[in-house]
Design a protein around this ligand. Sequence first.
Ligand code: PDD
Length: 285
Amino acid sequence: MTRTVYLNGAYLPEDQAKVSIFDRGFLFADGVYEVTSVLGGKLLDFEGHAVRLQRSLSELEITNPISKDDLLEVHRELVRLNEIDDGLIYLQITRGAADRDFAYPPADTPCTIVLFTQAKPGLAENPMAQTGLKVISIEDQRWGRRDIKTVQLLYPSMGKMMAKAAGAHDAWMVEDGFVTEGTSNNAYIVKNGKIITRHLGHEILHGITRAAVLRFAREAQMEVEERAFTLDEAKDADEAFITSASMFVMPVVELDGAPIGTGKVGQVASRLREIYVDESRKAAI
Ligand code: PDD
C-alpha cells in the first residue's frame, strides 16, 4: 500500500509529495519536528506534543501555520487513511522556501508542513524490553539549545552509528562528565530505589514521555530526583533505562561494555514501562 502523506494542506501519495530545493529545512536545518506514537489507532500524548511544537516554533520565531484542532484532525486522518493500528506519526514544520540567505526570510514566508506515518505493528510489545539495550558513552557535541526539537540530527545520527560500530544499540551523550541524554531519548538511572534523571534546561530535550513517566512514578510513590548524574554514577547504578515516544520505557542493561547492576532488566524499569503503556492506552485519543 502506498502511504498517504500530508504536505501543506493536501493529502498525497508519498511519491507525489515534493518540497523545494530552497526549503530552509533542507538548506539550514531550519525546522522543527515531533514524533507522536499511535497504539490501537489512537494518539498518545497529542496535547504534550502540540504544546512542545508551539514552544519550539516560538523559540525560532516561526509562526505556527496550523491550529491545534486542525493538527489533531490531520493526525487522525493520516491514521485512518493509512490504516495505522500501532505506529508513529512524524510531523515537520520548516521556515519554508526562500532564496539562500542566513537571515530569516520575511515572517509571511509560507512554512512547509509535512506529516507522514510509520506503521510499527506491536510497538508496545518490543522484545527489546525483555532483554534491554546496550549503550556506549560518547561526548555530547550537539549545539546548545537541545530543548528546541530541531531537525538538525546529524550528531545523534553519528552517535547511533558509533554505537552500532561498537556492537551496542545506542549512545548516551556526556558533557563535562555528566550524562545529558541518549541520541533520541532521555536517560535515567536507578540507585537504591531512587530514579535519577537530568533536570530540564537547554541541555536536553524536554521529553513528553519523560514528563508522563515521572508523573506516573511519583503517583506510584517512587522517589524521583531531577538532577545531572555522572557517567561514573551510571556505571555504578542498580538499573538504567531510557524513554521516548517510540521506545516508551526501555531498560538499559550495559554501559560501555560493562553490565549495569545485575546486567538484567530491572524491576523499576519494567514496572514503569507497564504503567506507562497501560495509562497511555487509557488516555489515548
Ligand atoms: N526523539 N531526547 C532526544 C534528543 C530526542 O530526540 C527524543 C525524542 C527524546 C524523547 O522525547 P519524547 O519522549 O518526547 O519522544 C529525548 C524522537 C522519538 C525521534 O527523534 O524519533
